[in-house]
Design a protein around this ligand. Structure first.
Ligand code: OOB
Length: 526
């Protein structure tokens, strides 16, 4: 957590105003009572109703034994129950651990054990997968058909509630894309997160007439807070839920609900552009398309206004904190060719070389950051924190950036061992650890290879044990699926090699090895 002098400064400057998530919902329910907060299919939920639902669910969860400080793994897609659940947990002061719908037993099991979670809240079946199969120890609460577990529906009730959390308390644990073995959890407080939400809402000029389409998974940091659904609920606008980002669903929703703003990752922006060129939809209400999560190519950025008739806003953020936006009135050159500038005047940015010395503006270096909504450490990860943060508390983002005049950043690459598969983050080491459990695999290295559509795809390099049959890609994939790994982490390609290349001195770090292998595959076009 932040040292006291920093915390005092952030309060004094009015960033941390002493607001909790429950305060936010109460204030919005008072100010915008009969306005529509959430639209999902035929369902329209007003602010007043949302607050009532969340309070009643809080009472029900409390009656089931969920207490302040308890961790609860939440895995819900874009459904209204997501809001009831998170605001109910916030009201109790229990911490949601945000999983994505794509996560499977490997991830969910780890979140549960790493956080000693007391409950798992999920849906019945989504995208052809039965999420009840992920149930483990502790309570399993299901939205939809409970199949023998606790039905979320039955928990809404009247009953006592504990005193709520303090604004400086942890509010939830968000996931890190990670670059090392196991995913890291990001502890965010009410104070720090809500500052980023309010400031983002202002930067994006949200108001009561804003309608935000949730096309990406609602539990991702981008969708939740940049300015996302929380920014909208803070300003009295309407959250429009889509179960899929597919243009066939999203385009009609945009015109039916007069959507003004939405957020996409670059590959989806490309899908929307192609679909719009073909189908000429009515997107006249759409004012802003935010694109972030991975680098947007200039050529794609340039097509957005002509094809969709709205302005582009680039968003370069991270669940650890720092979020950069191009501003709505920035000149085209900045909007098309930079990833924006930080939210806060107190976001400290350093761009450094390999020795941690600052580089001059315009030179590419490692991005380090510290500020009023950037964490000072991962949850229960003391050893990792020593490398992921500097001694004076700067977060080492692992991103390579260059600074333009005005403080705008251009993302030029990445130094962390992570693959960014169209915005979905894959830690090379996590997948390698799973590959090593395959009976034929002697050693494994996973690298990102350039891909026209996703930006990157993943390729597993494998050294096979002597005397065993060389496994096929389909077998490797099936093995990882059986281990319960999320589909997006399963390698797209497989390259079997006799041995791994070594550097001049004969020794190779995993990072150098990955670089060598990446070069091998990009030069051989294999
Ligand atoms: C967002 O958050 P995460 O935690 O899934 O991923 C963060 C990482 C960054 O460190 C960077 O490597 C990459 O994703 N990234 C971008 C980018 N936005 C994120 N790389 C290039 N250009 C961009 N515009 O992805 C996230 C969180 C909040 C808002 C938006 C995105």
């Amino acid at each position: 957590m932040w040292p006291e002098d920093f915390a005092a400064r952030y309060r004094e400057k009015g960033y941390w105003i002493g607001q909790t998530f429950d305060d936010l919902l109460r204030e919005s329910a008072a100010a915008f009572a009969d306005r529509v907060a959430i639209v999902s299919g035929e369902q329209r939920i007003t602010y007043r109703e949302l607050r009532n639902r969340a309070s009643r669910l809080a009472a029900g969860l409390y009656a089931r034994g969920i207490r302040p400080g308890d961790r609860v793994v939440v895995q819900l897609p874009n459904v209204p129950e997501f809001f009831d659940v998170i605001f109910a947990l916030f009201r109790i002061g229990a911490l949601p651990v945000f999983a994505l719908p794509a996560h499977r037993s490997a991830e969910i099991g780890y979140f549960r054990s790493h956080t000693s979670a007391v409950a798992f809240i999920t849906m019945d079946v989504y995208d052809g997968f039965d999420h009840r199969s992920l149930a483990g120890d502790g309570l399993t609460i299901v939205a939809g058909d409970p199949g023998g577990f606790i039905a979320l529906d039955t928990l809404y009730s009247d009953g006592p509630l504990p005193t709520g959390p303090k604004p400086s308390d942890l509010a939830f644990l968000q996931l890190s894309g990670g670059s090392t073995g196991l995913p890291k959890l990001i502890p965010r407080t009410h104070d720090d997160y809500l500052y980023s939400v309010r400031a983002s809402a202002q930067i994006c000029r949200l108001n009561q007439d804003s309608a935000y389409l949730v096309a990406l998974p609602v539990a991702h940091n981008f969708t939740m807070s940049s300015p996302g659904v929380l920014g909208v609920l803070h300003t009295g606008g309407t959250v429009v839920l889509s179960t899929t980002p597919d243009p066939a669903t999203a385009f009609p929703l945009i015109s039916a609900e007069s959507v003004t703003i939405t957020a996409l990752v670059p590959p989806l922006a490309l899908v929307w552009l192609d679909a719009a060129d073909r189908t000429k939809p009515d997107l006249s209400s759409l004012e802003t398309l935010q694109v972030g999560g991975a680098k947007l190519l200039d050529s794609v950025a340039e097509r957005i206004r002509p094809a969709l008739g709205c302005r582009l806003q680039q968003v370069f953020g991270m669940a650890e904190g720092l979020v950069n936006y191009t501003r709505l009135d920035d000149p085209d050159d900045v909007v098309l060719h930079s990833q924006g500038r930080p939210i806060s005047p107190d976001d400290e940015i350093r761009i450094v070389d390999d020795e941690d010395s600052d580089v001059p503006d315009g030179t590419v270096g490692h991005l380090l950051t510290r500020g009023p909504y950037t964490i000072r450490g991962y949850w229960n990860a003391d050893d990792h924190n020593k490398v992921a943060f500097t001694e004076d508390g700067f977060y080492r983002t692992g991103d390579l950036v260059r600074r333009l005049p005005g403080g705008y950043l251009v993302v030029e690459g990445r130094a962390k061992d992570q693959i960014n598969r169209g915005g979905e983050k894959i830690a090379a080491e996590e997948v390698e650890d799973h590959l090593l459990t395959h009976p034929a695999v002697h050693d494994a290295a996973v690298v990102g290879i350039p891909d026209e559509y996703l930006g990157e795809r993943s390729c597993a390099f494998v050294v096979v044990k002597p005397g065993v049959r060389v496994p096929k890609l389909s077998e490797i994939r099936a093995h990882l699926r059986d281990r319960g790994l999320a589909a997006y982490k399963i390698p797209d390609r497989l390259r079997v090699v006799e041995r791994f290349p070594v550097t001049g001195v004969g020794k190779t770090s995993r990072r150098e090895l990955r670089t060598l292998l990446r070069e091998l595959i990009t030069t051989s076009k294999g």
